[in-house]
Design a protein around this ligand. Structure first.
Ligand code: TRP
Length: 461
């Protein structure tokens, strides 16, 4: 068994926490969480999300880190090595590949959305939002997404920078950038929270997010739908970067003698905190301006500039905020494509550089599907009455990631020997925490995911 990955190791536990938090915290927390919370009516959605994070996401993240730490390579090769070690079918390599595909598909649209954030940097800096009425702020967003050329332009900028970072190797530059940027983002969120608390409807946003009303989640239009619960679970996987090998790769760079539980807890805590703060901030502004929480994908982009237009030094804070959001998106984006690039390199046919160019071009092309789904192809709904962006998002976040997560849980909890599991965890095998984790992973994760899937196709209605 190898003890160190060929790519090196994190310099400290903290370095891992920063990198994994950098992967987890991104558009998922600040853009996606508030808008789907708004769409599914708040309270009940949030509580289901938090339950999924605690009972499924947390244990699966520990398991994913554990697999990487044992496998010491890219997901595809980690799974190959581990299947061999534990005498399992070679087909486990498919788990690695499904991760490569899911990460690729997610990044193809992630880059387009990050492009919106990029487009907002010069807009906010120019001061156009100062004292602009909320309705007009909404129009600025609608005008942006109606313009395919603009979207393609910013999508290109975001991808080029992403691939340059990936080509240059993740270690040095990124590790350092992330460790400055994460604290800055937290600070910015607390400034915005201060502003949100000063708005007249802050308490209403607390109620919106934490008053539990299952009626709204399960019977959104009077008829039963399991979609809200599926979306909450999918969001837990998406926000924590689980189920496709990103966290596995990061686990591969952990020094052998590191215990997994605490560092995972730190990442889960930071990720959840950012999402909840973002929600509170956004809904305060929504209610204080008499706007609609269910505004869809544009929510954050229609709401935050309203606040920046009203608060003192708003253009400055706003510019800083969108810059930080883009940086957070970059540190997530590189983890989405790393498994694909690492795998291409491992085939022996690519250098890191050519693999980055190749994946960059492919991502750019597939990203066009998302770009056009917001304008010229917005009526093209090939399956399930969903446009292309919604379809890719649904397929990856709600289906591929949870399935990947179940496979990860199954491998660790049912196929690996207890002895090796404990070895990698660096945790006492008679502690309560260990038994709880093992139980969650063994039973709650697979059964929970199955129940949510069956519920979504209407089996329990
Ligand atoms: N978690 C990131 C976010 O919230 C997105 C992300 C990065 C991701 N790596 C991932 C999602 C791996 C799923 C799987 O924005």
């Amino acid at each position: 068994m190898t003890t160190q990955s060929i790519h090196g190791e994190w310099s400290s536990r903290l370095a891992f926490i920063f990198a994994a938090t950098g992967s987890a915290v991104g558009l998922g927390n600040i853009w996606k969480f508030p808008y789907i919370t708004g769409e599914y009516g708040g309270g009940a959605f949030v509580i289901v999300y938090l339950l999924c994070v605690a009972m499924i996401g947390f244990p699966v993240m520990m398991a994913e880190v554990l697999l990487g730490k044992r496998g010491r390579a890219s997901p595809v090769n980690s799974m190959r090595v581990l299947a061999q070690e534990f005498r399992q079918s070679k087909l486990w390599i498919l788990l690695g590949w499904s991760g490569v595909i899911a990460g690729f598909l997610i990044l193809s649209y992630y880059s387009v959305i990050a492009g919106w954030a990029l487009a907002y940097v010069p807009q906010v800096a120019s001061g156009i939002f100062v004292n602009m009425p909320a309705q007009e702020v909404g129009v600025v967003f609608d005008t942006l997404v109606a313009n395919p050329l603009m979207l393609v332009g910013w999508h290109t900028v975001f991808l080029v920078v992403t691939m340059v970072i990936v080509a240059g190797g993740v270690q040095g530059g990124l590790e350092r950038a992330v460790s400055v940027m994460m604290p800055a983002l937290f600070l910015m969120l607390f400034i915005l929270l201060g502003y949100a608390m000063s708005t007249p409807h802050f308490i209403e946003s607390v109620h919106f997010m934490f008053d539990i009303d299952f009626q709204k989640l399960l019977y959104p239009n009077g008829e039963f739908s399991g979609d809200g619960i599926l979306a909450a679970m999918g969001q837990a996987f998406f926000s924590l970067s689980l189920g496709m090998g990103a966290i596995m790769v990061y686990g591969a760079y952990l020094p052998k003698k590191t215990s997994i539980a605490q560092i995972t807890a730190a990442v889960v805590f930071a990720d959840t905190l950012v999402a909840i703060l973002a929600g509170l901030i956004i809904f305060s502004i929504v209610f204080s301006n008499g706007l609609e929480p269910a505004a869809g994908v544009g929510l954050v982009f229609k709401i935050l500039p309203v606040a920046f237009g009203q608060m003192p030094y708003g253009s400055f804070f706003g510019t800083l905020f969108f810059i930080l959001l883009v940086l957070a998106a970059w540190s997530s984006a590189i983890s989405l494509i790393e498994p694909a690039v690492a795998w291409l390199v491992e085939t022996g046919k690519f250098t890191r550089f050519s693999a980055s160019i190749f994946s960059g071009i492919a991502l750019w092309l597939v990203g066009l599907l998302t770009v056009f789904s917001f304008n010229i192809w917005s009526d093209f709904k090939p399956f399930f009455d969903k446009d292309l962006f919604t379809l890719i998002d649904y397929l990856t976040a709600n289906i591929m990631l949870p399935l990947g997560g179940v496979c990860i849980a199954f491998f660790v909890a049912w196929l690996m020997t207890r002895k090796s599991v404990i070895e990698e965890l660096e945790m006492s095998s008679d502690s309560f925490a260990y038994h709880l984790w093992y139980f969650l992973l063994r039973y709650v994760t697979p059964i929970g995911v199955c129940v949510v899937f069956l519920n979504a196709i209407g089996v329990f209605s």
